[in-house]
Design a protein around this ligand. Sequence first.
Ligand SMILES: CCCCC/C=C/C(=O)SCCNC(=O)CCNC(=O)[C@H](O)C(C)(C)COP(=O)(O)OP(=O)(O)OC[C@H]1O[C@@H](n2cnc3c(N)ncnc32)[C@H](O)[C@@H]1OP(=O)(O)O
Length: 393
Amino acid sequence: MAVLAGRLARRWCFGLLRSPTQVPALGLHAGSPTMRTSQKDFNDAVSQVKLLKEDPGNEVKLKLYALYKQATEGPCNVPKPGMLDFINKTKWDAWNALGSLSKEAARQKYVDLVSSLSTSSKSPSPETPAADRKPPEGNSLVVTSEDGITTIRLNRPTKKNALTTQMYHDIIAALQAASKDESTITVLTGSGDYYCSGNDLTNFTHLSAGGLEEMARSGEVLLRDFVDCLIDFPKPLVAVVNGPAVGISVTILGLFDVVYATDRATFHTPFSHLGQSPEGCSSYTFPKIMGSSKAAEMLLFGKKLTAQEACARGLVTEVFPDGTFQKEVWARLKAYSKLPPNALRISKQIIRKQEKEKLHAVNAEESSVLRERWLSDECMNAIASFLSRKAKL
Ligand SMILES: CCCCC/C=C/C(=O)SCCNC(=O)CCNC(=O)[C@H](O)C(C)(C)COP(=O)(O)OP(=O)(O)OC[C@H]1O[C@@H](n2cnc3c(N)ncnc32)[C@H](O)[C@@H]1OP(=O)(O)O
């Protein structure tokens, strides 16, 4: 999924910055608004864009695209792409917004925009400072086992550890392996500044031949399997919440045995904003943990909690100062991992036994309701809006 999303994004970027090769002769002059842009100036600007050292950002790339189309083809009169064709729809919107702007004026604006970019990109530093460099994306999930602890680490820090479809499958496999390995405790945590930003919203853009219906159907099955796996997990399951948590990474916390959080963490379930509904058994566990009105504030209205608030509501076990979070938490977990593993398993089984059947039923219902939500206009519009703001153009 991540690879496809990246490809989609890159294709768009290349489409915008590299494909305009045939530009008709226009015979105008460049310069200030009173001067006119020549074909050569325009062609030069098109070539200059390809050589930009810095990514000018989505907004600028969208402007360049729209102006290029207007300058070369005139006002947008091609059919509007479908709602799910997020990227092409955003490009179409930008072009269409230029209305009846003349080709000459569009060329002039294009050349002016490129000229301002070329000036601003002549910054003195030839190398990006280390602090600004994005860490390379390696494996999206890293599983390690040490000192009696199996750690499942979400490892997409540049995407705030958003969960791709592949990652759900990989987490299921990792949990299944951990349930049988030698370790005593299993931990879920994240790399970088976020714990997890929830479901990767670009998952919705990868439609198979079965279209939207098929995407929603397979999403329902995947969600149910993923949450079932957490419900049935036989060993102590600990969340080490190293930063903000969003969506499904929050809702499943009710299925963990212990949740440790840095004081930098926040807990946010913006389902209504996304036209979606709660999952991860949170429609049952949250009211049970924090009472129905506090749960409603989170699950209906998307109230974001601080770590301290989440702790006061019982969702988090303990909050640690960020500076000592890793040291304190891992020291504690190492000590716990020396406890007799069979006693821990048996105790967990007794604690969770009464609930299991109920949790599976809740999970099945939440997954089925979400399947319908994913097909709704409310949900599609919310995702289209996120992607049009965030997609790499
Ligand atoms: C099959 C099972 C389905 C289960 C159903 C689950 C439902 C949910 O989990 S609902 C919750 C979904 N998540 C969100 O709505 C969060 C969306 N993301 C954001 O709102 C923000 O990105 C943020 C608040 C998490 C972080 O904001 P900020 O600090 O400003 O950082 P950026 O927005 O610039 O993010 C960096 C980079 O990461 C990409 N990204 C972050 N989260 C997601 C995501 N959930 N899906 C896809 N992409 C995400 C973001 O687009 C940026 O990418 P680039 O622009 O390419 O750098």
